[in-house]
Design a protein around this ligand. Structure first.
Ligand code: ZN
Length: 292
């Protein structure tokens, strides 16, 4: 199966000591297909290998950071083989049922996100507009999140009957009540709300987003590189001791049980939802909320 050539779906730039990695599918609100996943991985690796780079900013070109995993653009490439980079497992293509889903999601979703969380250089997500589901995962793997005041976040996959996205960091980044609220309702939450929950580091006007993110990145990049790498490991190791890693592993099983249940009752792994149905569901929920 061929995938349309969209050119550079990720761009890479170095400004001073900061690498800027930018998702570049603005026409699809930076929906992440596997081409983008592996391009992101290559860009992160490039930044890690460059001794002149001290910090990394992850951005999204256009009006939105990322609308999530690609579940409906012409470039959707879930049936295409790519060389596994995140996990030691067989290729997912041509495998039946859960074997395929488990292999693929462990590699391109959970595995890649964990790999990027462990980048030995500090990362800052610079978020505007939509940051939904898989977009939320990408922002969460970054050490800091700078958001514009028009940014909005959501994990609506409970609408698919699935208990949250694959990188299940919700209780650790939102607290358990915040996690339950955003999952149970599927509602969007604002940058300000995310800031109050401790998920977002700064909320600034859209016009100041890049300056703020770059100022933070410049300041961090001036610190000793090895010291930063050890500090990042220190905090991440403590977060692992707080259960994030083990929790995520156990929830990944529930996530795949939900995919399998959906498929078993004949709705397909996404519970019969596609991008349009998800959008319709969100709009209906908002309308209902407005009527109350
Ligand atoms: Zn999944």
């Amino acid at each position: 199966m061929s995938v349309p050539d969209e050119g550079d779906v990720v761009t890479y730039e170095v400004r001073g000591r900061v690498a800027i990695v930018t998702m570049n599918r603005p026409g699809y609100r930076n929906a992440q297909n596997s081409v983008m996943t592996y391009a992101l991985d290559a860009a992160f690796l490039r930044a890690v290998e460059d001794p002149e780079v001290g910090a990394i900013v992850l951005a999204g070109n256009g009006d939105h950071f990322s609308a999530g995993h690609d579940i409906g653009t012409p470039g959707r490439d879930h049936h295409v083989s790519y060389e596994n980079k995140a996990v030691m497992w067989w290729d997912h293509v041509d495998k039946p049922g859960g074997d395929q889903r488990y292999a693929r999601e462990m590699e391109v979703y959970l595995g890649m996100c964990r790999r990027w969380r462990e980048l030995p250089k500090p990362t800052i997500a610079m978020v505007q507009g939509a940051c939904i589901a898989g977009g939320l995962m990408l922002s969460w793997v970054c050490d800091l999140i700078v958001a514009s005041d028009d940014a909005f976040f959501a994990d609506p996959v409970v609408r698919m009957g699935i208990p949250g996205v694959e990188y299940f960091a919700h209780p650790w980044v939102l607290g358990t009540r915040g996690a339950k609220e955003i999952l149970y309702t599927g509602d969007r939450f604002s940058a300000q709300r995310a800031y109050e929950w401790g998920m977002v580091s700064r909320v600034v006007p859209r016009a100041d987003l890049e300056t703020t993110a770059m100022e933070m990145a410049d300041k961090i990049a001036a610190m000793p590189q090895f010291g930063l790498a050890l500090t990042k490991r220190a905090v991440n190791q403590c977060e692992d001791l707080m259960g994030i890693r083990a929790g995520m592993d156990s929830v990944f099983g529930l996530h795949h049980f939900a995919h399998a249940h959906n498929a078993e009752v004949g709705l397909g792994p996404l519970g019969g939802m596609d991008a349009t149905a998800m959008k319709r569901g969100a709009a209906a929920a908002m309308k209902k909320a407005g009527e109350q």
